[in-house]
Design a protein around this ligand. Structure first.
Ligand code: SF4
Ligand code: SF4
Length: 432
């Protein structure tokens, strides 16, 4: 397989980042790391892919190593997944190894995973390549290994549903259609896509599953997490709450995984900025630009129930516009790094999700939508350009969108049908 073929198959980072895979693999790292450290509470799709399609994942891993000429392959996986570790260890040898890691959050964050599997620290603002690494998610490697255009997506369906599961659905299926196959146990509920920590509340369930959707989590409308998500829905709310409640205890910073890796991220200073400064003044701490948005400070660390992540994101936005000079010094690990990792079991208690079944077996639910709406911008970079016109008949796997630049991706039909509508955002296909 070639880099061009990976672009033509429409493969992007399936863990949520959506970066075109051909760009990432067009490099010469010494190490490829398989990211099997799924760490968002209640998500199971990566482990289900490994369990059910492990050989295809390993084939993709082998191809990624060959394309980049990597000397070493490391599989970073939570030590609790005994069966999957046993399977992987029985299959890999030579320059590949399995690296079990603790069940902590956010172990699946690229920078954290690189440290936990290699001991290397990616400098703030630098790419993993700067320390010789490229990280690929399990599902991304599966997509490489199957050597077919990406037209389906694995998703965890979790939370207030009777039978949580992992399902494989055509890209472009609406969230509502996917959820219609599940019995929801809450009368009044909301849906969080992506994950409890790093996902988004979805007001519109007609939204389409994209190649980067990893989960749909159903939550009762009065659930603790929903209250937290809604409390900080605007900059103004973050400002008011910061001014009223932050006592500068610094717990948010002391537990920030990026701060502990030596990056200059200081959410408590972001809160101070909200209290004492104006947006037109230089930032107190431009290092907040390097927040990875893990949400640990807000959803776990802050004892006052405030939103240091929201404040840090405001700093991040300002830092981008103010373009502060950044010295780029190399980070030094905080001496307490080992002792301040957050176990996922503790995080689940804090999020009040221990009441939900924490499982997600892969199920064949025959989800065959009559209509799919395929987003043209499912990836980082420039959107795909339509390669079909309204009225065209298409078959599953036909190319319907071309990459519009080097950092862009090809799109394919996920059902047999007729192209009903093309907008600048999406291509709608109706089944015939
Ligand atoms: S935001 Fe919360 S954790 Fe951070 S300094 Fe303020 S009160 Fe403490
Ligand atoms: S979201 Fe909070 S805890 Fe996570 S990296 Fe940003 S500042 Fe640190």
């Amino acid at each position: 397989m070639t880099i061009n073929e990976i672009q033509n198959l429409g493969i992007i980072g399936a863990g949520g980042a959506g970066f075109p895979t051909h760009v990432k693999l067009n490099s010469n790292p010494d190490t490829i790391i398989m990211n099997a450290a799924e760490c968002e509470p209640l998500l199971h799709k990566d482990m289900q892919i490994l369990r059910n399609h492990g050989d295809a994942v390993l084939e993709g891993f082998k191809i990624a190593m060959q394309l980049t000429g990597s000397r070493e392959g490391i599989i970073g996986i939570k030590e609790k997944h005994h069966e999957e570790i046993q399977f992987l260890e029985s299959r890999v040898s030579g320059n590949c190894r399995v690296q079990p890691i603790e069940d902590v959050y956010p172990a699946g964050d690229e920078v954290t995973l690189i440290y936990m599997t290699t001991g290397r620290i990616v400098p703030a603002g630098a790419l993993p390549l700067s320390v010789g690494c490229v990280v690929q998610n399990v599902e991304t490697l599966y997509n490489i290994g199957t050597n077919k255009p990406v037209v389906t997506k694995f998703i965890s369906i979790a939370g207030a549903v009777e039978e949580p599961a992992t399902v494989e659905v055509p890209v472009g299926t609406s969230y509502a259609e996917v959820l219609s196959h599940f019995k929801i146990t809450a009368e009044d509920y909301v849906v969080r896509s992506g994950g409890l920590m790093m996902g988004a509340l979805e007001a519109d369930l007609s939204k389409a599953v994209s190649k980067r959707t990893s989960a749909l989590i159903v939550l009762p409308a009065d659930h603790y997490c929903v209250t937290m998500y809604r409390r900080f829905s605007s900059d103004h709310a973050v400002d008011i709450i910061a001014k009223a409640g932050c006592d500068q205890c610094s717990f948010c910073t002391e537990l920030c995984p990026r701060y502990l890796l030596g990056h200059p991220v200081r959410p408590e200073l972001a809160m101070r900025n909200r209290m004492f400064t104006r947006e037109d003044l230089p930032l107190t701490n431009p290092g907040n630009l390097f927040c990875c948005e893990c949400n640990l400070c807000t959803m776990y660390a802050c004892p006052e129930g405030l939103d240091p992540k929201g404040a840090t994101l405001i700093d991040k936005r300002l830092a981008r516009s103010q373009k502060p000079a950044w010295s780029g010094e190399r980070p030094a690990l905080h001496p307490m790094f080992e002792y301040r990792k957050v176990p996922v079991t503790k995080l689940k208690q804090r999020l009040d999700v221990t009441k939900f079944r924490d499982e997600g077996p892969l199920k064949q639910l025959n989800i065959h939508p009559n209509v799919v709406r395929i987003p043209l911008r499912q990836h980082s970079g420039t959107p795909a350009r339509p390669a079909v016109k309204e009225g065209d008949r298409v078959k599953t796997y036909d190319m319907i969108g071309r990459a519009s630049s080097e950092i862009s991706c090809t799109m394919h039909a996920s059902i047999d049908g007729v192209v009903k509508k093309i907008t600048e955002d999406e291509i709608t296909i109706e089944r015939v």
